[in-house]
Design a protein around this ligand. Structure first.
Ligand SMILES: [Zn+2]
Ligand SMILES: [Zn+2]
Length: 340
């Protein structure tokens, strides 16, 4: 019997090129769902696969964890999803449900079977993929596939970090960085009712920050961001989206009393001032993106409030150029592969 075929973009070794290959369309085993992909965002974390920085990664691997498509087939035991539903998959690809972390509801901390889309199993740079049913979010009809895809990682990460940050409506919240994550972070902060400050390098980013709804802008090249935030009363939360440790170190002095620096960008290191933390009972906190229901909440909130990612699109065949564009930092602001 002739098995149906599909195109996929795979990486076969660290720092190897993307190869467009023909593969058999995967079959959904028990507990899995097959998705026909419409669009998949390219995230900076996909470099973990491309450059081989994820310990124990098995090659060949198809990256991609900002996936939107339709349910195509379901495996045995999957009752909550059916063919034709519009769905998305993000970074969190599954968990065991039985370990102590899962039993406490901390699914991101699963110690037995934490699955990451596009790393633990093949991701969305392909026409089809199979994923654990537990990893799927419902995508509202109001969002196109290209609109929804970046919200499955960049969107949920900033949205979920902010809504769990402890900031309340009216509080001063700063977003450090106005790139792929930050341009969404500013929009979410504004729509959540925070007094929102955009912080980036250069006067030229101010117009963007204001367009995204920020009430204040700090140019970290010509101004001291900590001093400027203190002039505004001190930030309840600073959402750090950059990958530059010095830039993160430079804003911590802008935290108000009981303020929190919430870190979602991942530089190798940063400087922390213990006295700043102690004297104002300030804290630093990392934030993991979230699970499928968090993604669903992020999508629904985006529809409700009009938050959208700004995207550049490329067809699957142009994946190499699309990836380079993302890595160059010049994309405005997320790069999305259009597939189905
Ligand atoms: Zn990502
Ligand atoms: Zn677990």
């Amino acid at each position: 019997m002739l098995m149906p075929k599909m195109r996929a973009a795979q990486v076969t070794r660290p720092n190897g090129p993307f190869e467009i290959v023909e593969r058999e369309v995967p079959q959904p085993d028990a507990g899995l769902v097959r998705i026909k992909v419409q669009a998949c965002g390219i995230c900076h974390s996909d470099s973990l696969v491309k450059e081989g920085h994820w310990p124990g990664l098995q090659y060949p691997r198809v990256p991609g964890h900002e996936i939107v498509g339709t349910v195509d087939a379901v495996g045995a035991g999957v009752s909550q999803w059916k063919a034709g539903q519009r769905v998305g998959v993000g970074w969190h690809g599954g968990h065991c449900g039985y370990c102590d972390s899962c039993r406490r509801g901390d699914f991101f901390g699963c110690t037995e079977n934490l699955q990451i889309t596009g790393i633990s199993f093949d991701g969305g740079y392909a026409e089809y993929l199979v994923v654990p049913a537990i990893a799927i979010a419902l995508v509202p009809e109001d969002l196109s596939a290209v609109e929804a895809a970046p919200l499955m990682c960049a969107g949920i990460t900033t949205y979920n970090a902010l809504r769990n940050s402890g900031a309340r409506p009216g509080d001063l919240v700063a977003v450090l960085g106005l790139g792929g994550l930050g341009h969404l972070g500013v929009q979410y902060a504004v729509k959540m009712g925070f007094r929102t400050v955009g912080i980036a390098r250069g006067k030229d980013k101010e117009a963007l920050a204001r367009k995204l709804g920020a009430q204040h802008y700090i140019d970290s090249q010509t101004q001291d961001p900590s001093a400027e935030l203190q002039k505004l009363g001190g930030a309840k939360v600073i959402l750090a989206t950059v990958t530059n440790g010095d830039a993160m170190s430079a804003v911590q002095g802008g935290l108000g009393i009981n303020g929190t620096l919430v870190i979602v960008g991942a530089p190798l290191s940063m400087q922390v001032s213990p006295l700043t933390l102690i004297s104002g009972r300030r804290s630093l906190k990392g934030w993991y993106s979230g699970t499928a229901i968090d993604s669903q909440d992020a999508l629904r909130f985006s529809v409700l409030t009009g938050v959208r990612s700004m995207n550049e699109t490329f067809p699957l065949e142009k994946v190499e150029g699309a990836y380079e564009r993302m890595m160059s930092g010049k994309a405005r602001f997320r790069v999305v592969l259009t597939i189905g």
